[in-house]
Design a protein around this ligand. Structure first.
Ligand SMILES: [Cu+2]
Length: 169
């Protein structure tokens, strides 16, 4: 009986943790508390790209919809910066989703709070779970469009054609 209770307790109190960028902290019992799951002080600040961000959460369990939001500080209005991702029957699995801070008119060099909200699916519970990470916004590191890359590819293709032509004639 005691073992059964222990197992039940673990399942009910697992939830999810924002891993990248790292969360301010994770406390399963406080995770339903908006806006930051019980962690209301600014923590470690992590560099995060303005439009090509990727955020990873580890789900211990859960059924619902994950969405990311951004605000300059946790007392201002959070604005949605990712698409909604709906998951079911999550169990010890990582999920990574795209985050675009330009959706919140964020600017390079500024600092703010990235918030992960997991809205629990009706039928498997109620309310939401919250995680926050403190970020400093940087320029994107990857090439921003395919158009920038294709001239190089064309040049390489031409060169290969030229060499092939030399070899075959
Ligand atoms: Cu849980």
């Amino acid at each position: 009986m005691y073992l059964l209770l222990l197992v039940t307790f673990n399942v009910v109190n697992a939830h999810f943790e924002l891993q990248a960028p790292p969360s301010r902290g994770f406390d399963d019992a406080k995770e339903p508390n908006s806006p930051c799951g019980g962690f209301d002080s600014v923590g470690k600040i992590t560099d995060f790209p303005i439009s090509q961000g990727r955020a990873t959460c580890l789900f211990y369990d859960g059924d619902g919809t994950l969405t990311f939001y951004f605000a300059p500080n946790q007392n201002s209005s959070f604005i949605q910066v990712s698409d909604n991702q709906t998951y079911s029957a999550l169990a010890n699995v990582q999920k990574t989703i795209d985050v675009n801070l330009t959706r919140a008119n964020a600017t390079v060099g500024s600092q703010g709070v990235l918030q992960a909200v997991f809205a629990i699916a009706p039928g498997s519970g109620s309310g939401s779970w919250y995680q926050c990470s403190d970020i400093k916004i940087t320029n994107d590191v990857r090439a921003s469009s395919v158009a920038n890359v294709s001239p190089h590819i064309s040049a390489i293709a031409l060169f290969v054609c030229f060499i092939s032509a030399l070899l075959f004639y």
